[in-house]
Design a protein around this ligand. Structure first.
Ligand code: HEM
Length: 403
């Protein structure tokens, strides 16, 4: 980034994801122009892309790399670079790594998991239903995707307190060298834990995704580093995102009792409603990161090579040029090409799984808990101190149902 005065640089608010409503800030940026210079927490300078059409074009543009090693030397970046995973590399390595696991996430395979997800959701509700009150995040939205990803990967659910803590620590927004070091240390602890698990699966093969990866890895010369990075990525992605989708979705419904009743009466309305939750307030709100490998023009601005570019999915999903009534929740929205799962080669591998978990999870909640009502006013709700957007807790009351 050039050395112009800071007055045309927007300083990224340290608390953006924790705000009850972060969207006015994103709207201000979009209104200021399609590509804005921002100074991120921790001082990294970046270009933020805010329009839907530019986010789509940039996410599909091979001149924008996913590999942070492409930044210009001397660029201020916090923390030590992560071991490359499919999320942070480009083809051909990206293609090779993604291919190893993509079969497990196809729509057909995910459909096969639906009955088990519903069963897990029912099991979580059993102890809650007679109580008449719950925290929908801790009691439901969190354990559901964690249980699913644990079963899928073959990670012991009993260890969830440990790895959930590391995962939350890794995603705390780094503001200085000290907080970046804490996130790095948490990542290392998670890597060590998963390395131990992979070692045990080498001697004692299991019928799960990590077990398969150990076998496939030997045939296809997957390095241990690659295997462990893959496991970290899937474990973290598998339980830091869907929890937020279910939590935020339920909050939006609690604030709209009429719509909640309509969904309860007709569960076929749930899939488009989940798409609207993803668009209106998705878990990856601040965006997807890319690095320019050469000079690139986006939205009329020329970005030099080696720069950090933030594709703001949150801003793009409320772009008035693309969405009718962008700041309203329209649960049966028909034209909804949101970018909450990204776009292009790195399009979310877990999208079908996340959608299915949200539809099943919210469906079971609505069916089993009558007269669901928020237990505290929305202003008292806390949002997580995380790079992802999601509620810390969602206390509710409902009519107790005997088992
Ligand atoms: C509501 C839930 C979710 C949201 C909003 C979400 C969002 C995203 C986004 C925006 C990307 C693109 C990142 C980029 O282009 O740099 C992505 C990639 C990815 N997601 Fe998700 N995700 C969710 C759930 C999941 C789940 C449940 C899993 C798997 C267990 C998962 C696994 C992945 C993986 C492996 C990638 C990297 C794909 C690649 O680089 O080719 N995600 N996700």
């Amino acid at each position: 980034m050039d050395d112009r005065a800071l007055d045309d640089v927007h300083v990224f608010p340290a608390d953006l994801e924790r705000r009850p409503d972060p969207y006015p800030w994103l709207a201000e940026l979009r209104a200021a122009g399609p590509v804005q210079r921002v100074r991120l927490r921790g001082g990294t300078d970046a270009w933020m892309v805010t329009r839907h059409r530019d986010v789509l074009a940039a996410a599909g543009d091979p001149r924008l790399s996913s590999d942070p090693r492409r930044v210009a030397p001397g660029t201020r970046m916090l923390g030590t670079p992560t071991m490359p995973s499919m999320l942070t590399i480009d083809p051909p390595d990206h293609t090779r790594l993604r291919r190893l696991v993509s079969r497990a996430f196809t729509a057909r395979r995910v459909e096969g998991l639906r009955p088990r997800v519903r069963e897990l959701a029912e099991e979580l509700i059993d102890p809650i239903a007679p109580r008449g009150h719950a925290d929908l995040v801790a009691d439901f939205a969190f354990p559901l995707p964690v249980a699913v990803i644990c079963e899928l990967l073959g990670v012991p659910f009993a260890d969830r307190a440990f790895f959930s803590r590391q995962s939350a620590e890794m995603l705390r927004p780094p503001v200085d060298a000290q907080s970046a070091a804490l996130a790095d240390a948490a990542r290392q602890r998670l890597r060590d834990y998963l390395a131990g698990l992979v070692r045990s699966k080498r001697t004692d093969r299991t019928d799960d995704m990590l077990g398969d990866l150990v076998t496939v890895g030997e045939e296809q010369r997957l390095t241990d580093e690659e295997l462990i990075s893959m496991a970290v990525l899937l474990l973290v992605a598998g339980h830091e995102t869907t929890v937020n989708l279910i939590g935020t979705g339920m909050l939006l419904l609690l604030q709209r009792p009429y719509e909640m009743a309509a969904l309860r009466a007709d569960p076929a309305l749930l899939p488009p409603a989940v798409e609207e939750f993803l668009r209106y307030d998705g878990p990856v709100m601040t965006g997807v990161v890319r690095y320019t490998t050469e000079e690139v023009e986006i939205g009329g601005r020329t970005i030099p090579p080696g720069e950090v570019v933030l594709l703001s999915t949150g801003a793009a999903n409320r772009d008035p040029e693309r969405f009718d009534r962008p700041d309203e929740v329209v649960l049966d929205r028909e034209d909804n090409p949101h970018v909450a799962f990204g776009h292009g080669l790195h399009f979310c591998l877990g999208a079908a799984l996340a959608r299915m978990e949200a539809v099943e999870g919210i469906g079971v909640l609505l069916r089993r808990l009558p007269r669901l009502t928020a237990a505290v006013p929305a202003e008292q709700l806390r949002w997580r101190p995380s790079l992802l957007r999601g509620l810390q807790a969602l206390p509710v009351t409902f009519d107790p149902v005997a088992r």
